[in-house]
Design a protein around this ligand. Structure first.
Ligand SMILES: Nc1nc2c(ncn2[C@@H]2O[C@H](COP(=O)(O)OP(=O)(O)OP(=O)(O)O)[C@@H](O)[C@H]2O)c(=O)[nH]1
Ligand SMILES: [Zn+2]
Length: 188
């Protein structure tokens, strides 16, 4: 995938400032287009990453029971308004045939998929699908809880409202007991 075109972002930011009736040449705004371009490069850096790439290293460990990494903080940008939404992701899977990944790789995958113009549902489903494809586990479950700035600072203005999304794959789809165990572990 192509790298970010910083010059083009700078030009666009200058145009937005002008359209707002601001003077992009006043002292306080002079470096703003450059700063915004640099920031976009950072917050959208996941566009150059495939979350699945983080699951290439697989350890062989005879553990066919739950692995849960919870409270993984993430920041993303809503693709409708380009304002942040942020919260926590909880990633669980039940390994099969000794195929276990490094714990940090689950957090790295969350990071890679979040740093794009996104929807919360897509983040949730993509993490679960990537785990299923690369680790071939018995099952996977991803829970994401987030606050959307487009619902708090503007629009419907409901600060404090949280959106929770889940994706359940494999055997966990038919195992209500295991799902509820995971939810209890996440809550505690
Ligand atoms: N499903 C989903 N919707 C989202 C997400 N982030 C933001 N949205 C919603 O995207 C919708 C866009 O609605 P539109 O009617 O096209 O845009 P809008 O006029 O700015 O909508 P309002 O936010 O209601 O003012 C809004 O309802 C947002 O709350 C997300 O991650 N998933
Ligand atoms: Zn939005």
């Amino acid at each position: 995938m192509s790298e970010v075109n910083r010059a083009q972002i700078e030009e666009a930011v200058r145009l937005i400032l002008e359209a707002l009736g601001e003077n992009p040449n006043r002292e306080g705004l002079l470096d703003t287009p450059k700063r915004v371009a640099k920031m976009y490069e950072e917050v959208f850096s996941g566009l150059n990453e495939d979350p699945k790439q983080h699951f290439e290293t697989i350890f062989s460990e005879d553990h066919e029971e739950l692995v849960l990494v919870k409270d993984i903080p993430f920041y993303s940008m809503c693709e409708h308004h380009l304002v942040p939404f942020f919260g926590k992701a909880h990633v669980a899977y039940i390994p099969q045939n000794g195929r276990v990944t490094g714990l940090s790789k689950l957090a790295r995958a969350v990071e890679a998929i979040s740093k794009r113009p996104q929807l919360q549902e897509r983040i949730t489903a993509t993490i679960a699908d990537s785990i299923m494809e690369k680790l071939e586990p018995h099952g996977a479950m991803v829970v994401v809880e987030a606050e959307h700035m487009c619902m708090t600072m503007r629009g419907v203005k409901k600060p404090g409202s949280k959106t929770v999304t889940t994706a359940v794959r494999g055997t966990l789809a038919n195992d209500a007991t295991a799902r509820s165990e995971i939810l209890t572990l996440i809550k505690n």
